[in-house]
Design a protein. Structure first.
Length: 343
């Protein structure tokens, strides 16, 4: 390791009960870990910020709960700085879960090698978990067809903007739901959404109806709660609801808002609501990466990223993400690659 001899880290200091605050995190400086027994020393280049980071604090999800006192968990793009123990070449770029720290010693088996195509940051956005979630959720769970109406929530966010663009490319009519008129203008003017609705508007239900005159065939649900309740009522017979996430509920303490009388509606409209986790499709990620990078290279799919600088920005960047401050994939650039691949 050249340069720094210390490892800046952010711990989850206190468990949040309700709204997450920057003060729930604490910065510490530790020695750089020494890789042992098959471990590889990785240096964090980009740290992904995800609503799921907050869900992981709530309790057990598809992974263990994050406990107070632990280094905050997070997906990263990292550079191998000492791979001898794990038989990996130094300088290799990997996707891993190094967490909110500059260095991590991780088992070689937990690293996914990245063949860098274009900007490295794209491997956290359109060519990373975000793009994989949008692609498999829309095509495998949503089974979108040309001419159908697709509604997507958190539409200006990381996953939502890719879902909307892919649905448009697939020949669907796309309506985005977000919490801001400014975001909706970007979706319509720059990303080709056919219509948008602001769920914070008093006229939300009316606007949703006006934007979907032929009903909704696919609803890609990133938020659950009241937006799900509203869109469900507009679903067409044989419609599909892609249950991707429930960001409106990750900070809720009481009984979360949600759709009433769901089973009846599902029966009478023959709806299919299906959840998925992006890793269910892990064996097919290469296929999606090839397809998505082709669309990016052709200029048909725009990459929208929201990059903050420096590990110190991570707490504020996550808190702000949960308030809806982002447009596109939010991440923190922690360091530049010594190989010069990070851009
Ligand atoms: N199933 C999987 O494998 C998988 C994988 C990745 C992500 N996900 C899920 O996908 C969803 C989107 O994740 P992302 O990484 O793309 O994040 P993101 O959309 O970039 O960021 C979250 C967005 O949620 C919106 N939001 C926040 N509070 C809300 C509320 N109370 N009601 C409605 N919208 C709210 C905000 O935008 P507004 O301005 O519109 O409010 C914010 O920008 C999350 O639910 C996440 O957990 C699932």
């Amino acid at each position: 390791v050249t340069g720094a001899l210390t490892n800046a880290q952010f711990l989850l200091d206190r468990h949040p009960d309700g709204t997450l605050l920057e003060s729930h995190f604490r910065k510490v400086v530790s020695p750089i870990p020494i890789p042992r027994g098959g471990q590889v020393l990785c240096r964090t280049l980009f740290l992904s910020l995800d609503p799921a980071n907050r869900a992981w604090m709530q309790g057990r999800t598809y992974r263990d709960q994050i406990r107070a006192g632990e280094v905050m968990s997070g997906f990263t793009l990292s550079e191998v700085v000492d791979g001898r123990q794990g038989g990996i070449s130094s300088g290799m770029i990997v996707a891993c879960e190094a967490g909110w720290q500059e260095y991590a010693a991780l088992p070689a088996s937990d690293l996914r090698k990245i063949e860098v195509r274009g900007a490295l940051s794209h491997h956290l956005s359109v060519l990373g978990i975000t793009g994989m979630t949008a692609y498999f959720g829309l095509f495998e769970i949503g089974r979108v067809c040309p001419g159908e109406t697709v509604v997507v929530s958190a539409a200006a966010g990381a996953t939502g903007n890719v879902v909307g663009q892919l649905a448009r490319i697939a020949g669907a009519r796309v309506v985005g739901v977000s919490g801001s008129d400014d975001k909706n203008r970007i979706l319509e003017d720059e990303l080709g959404f056919h219509g948008t609705v602001n769920y914070r508007s008093e006229r939300f239900l009316e606007q949703l109806k006006d934007c979907c005159p032929d009903g909704v065939d696919v609803y890609f649900d990133n938020v659950a709660g009241e937006v799900l309740a509203a869109v469900l009522l507009r679903m067409n017979t044989y419609g599909r609801v892609v249950c991707c996430g429930a960001v409106s509920q990750y900070e809720s303490t009481g009984r979360p808002a949600g759709p009433p009388a769901v089973p009846g509606l599902i029966v009478t409209r023959r709806l299919r609501m299906e959840g998925f986790i992006v890793t269910d499709f892990r064996q097919r990620w290469e296929e999606a990466i090839a397809r998505l990078s082709g669309l990016v290279d052709d200029g048909r799919l725009r990459v929208i990223e929201d990059i903050w600088d420096g590990l110190d920005a991570a707490p504020a960047a996550l808190v702000d993400l949960l308030r809806g401050g982002n447009v596109g994939k939010r991440m923190v650039r922690v360091a530049d690659s010594t190989e010069g691949t990070a851009s």
